[in-house]
Design a protein around this ligand. Structure first.
Ligand code: ZN
Length: 254
């Protein structure tokens, strides 16, 4: 491994020096740097030297792994994926495969079936694969559009924040009665993402028909139809129905 001395070309001479572990006389290089000098023997083949080198390599490997873990935590924090789902298991491998290939998902099911958990778990895997992910609840998007008082971002900045990441997760669409500006913003985001072939994962309690009705309540019917049609065109439906999958299934044959 090159040292500072190498890079500054301050090696003064070839010499010999004893191995600090076994005492064997080895070829060595004598360096002078900043008024002091140092003699470094070449690698030895004795067990003491080998053990020291192995320990140094392990320490370096651990430092790299630690740095990678910290970088992953920073990415997870920036993604806004809820912390409680960072270690959630992938319960639907088929859903992860769809997203990995660039396809979107519409995860539908009642509360407590693990829709947000599944969407988040997929988001974490996409992040680990080196792609950008952003998680937002529909309520947060509404809040960002209608925040009173000091606005932290313009509508354009919100649009950019939700359009740029490779994967966008929008949680709980249709939960609240969404007004026209919210429906219009969601439409623009889905449209932009579709054009750029960036997938979206939407979770919702509602079927296609129910969602259209929900969005039409406070917006208008044609806008609601347009957004739902666009959304279902760019996603595959994953239905989480029946019993809660976190409760082990009973054998019902008997
Ligand atoms: Zn030695």
């Amino acid at each position: 491994m090159p040292t500072i001395a190498d890079s500054m070309n301050t090696m003064i001479r070839e010499t010999t020096a004893p191995c600090p572990h076994c005492g064997k006389v080895l070829p060595a290089k004598a360096y002078s740097f900043g008024g002091s000098s140092r003699t470094i023997p070449d690698p030895c083949d004795c067990p003491g030297y080998m053990a020291e080198r192995k320990a140094a390599e392990e320490a370096e490997g651990e430092a790299k792994a630690r740095a990678a873990r910290m970088e992953m935590v920073r990415k997870l924090e920036r993604s806004n994926i809820p912390r409680k789902f960072w270690r959630a298991p992938i319960r639907r491998k088929d859903a992860l495969d769809t997203v990995a290939k660039g396809g979107g998902l519409y995860i539908q099911g009642e509360n407590g079936r693990g829709k947000t958990e599944l969407a988040s778990a997929i988001g974490v895997q996409v992040l680990r694969a080196g792609k950008s992910v952003y998680f937002a609840s529909a309520v947060e998007i509404k809040g960002a559009l209608f925040s009173t008082g000091y606005k932290t971002e313009t509508e354009q900045q919100l649009f950019a924040r939700l359009s740029r990441p490779w994967l966008l997760i929008v949680d709980d669409v249709g939960k609240e009665c969404d007004s026209k500006p919210v429906v219009s913003m969601l439409y623009r985001i889905f449209d932009e993402r579709d054009k750029n072939e960036r997938p979206v994962i939407v979770t919702s309690n509602f079927s296609k028909k129910e969602l259209t009705a929900r969005l039409a309540q406070c917006g208008d019917e044609s806008a609601a139809r347009a957004i739902v049609s666009r959304l279902f065109g760019m996603t595959r439906k994953v239905e989480i129905a029946g019993r809660d999958w976190r409760i082990p299934a009973k054998d019902e044959r008997g």
